[in-house]
Design a protein around this ligand. Sequence first.
Ligand code: ZN
Length: 179
Amino acid sequence: MHREHALIAIRTSALTEGTRQFDFTCTAGDFKDPKIEEAGFSGPVRARVTVEKAGGEIALTIETAAECDFTCDICLAPIRRELSGSYRIFYDCSGSEAQGAPGENGDEYRILDRSAVEIDLTEDVRETLLLSVPMKVTCTGNPECRIYTETEEEQEGQEPEGGSSSWKEGLEKLKKKYR
Ligand SMILES: [Zn+2]
């Protein structure tokens, strides 16, 4: 998607050797994306981009923090929770013609065009926000939902595996409940 003016971008001239941090604030509405609204984001969005440049390589870490509205999956009570997400991208800015290849840990690896004036991170921040939304949301401190609160702490983690195991545990409890 082409944008006249990037919402979140870092000028390549600001990319100096070493580590630098860039903080951005915007609102969920700035993304003009129905998916962001459907996910429950409505207020301010904070994004911190940590750039580590070493030689011809740039490691970029995006961290997001934003409040999101949910309804509890069990009792439909409204919940507002701050979500944090993170995403890591590698850029090759050596100007070599090498093809982009996946990083060792499956991180994204991109080639930075020498003539690029800025790195537009709007789309990446948007994705990071969407990835920070947990698969399952249940309220805490509600006796009706108590059966699920034991898996609550797993939902705080960023690992998709944690989400899936808590889902399986929840399923096991359901089976016991209805046996
Ligand atoms: Zn609930």
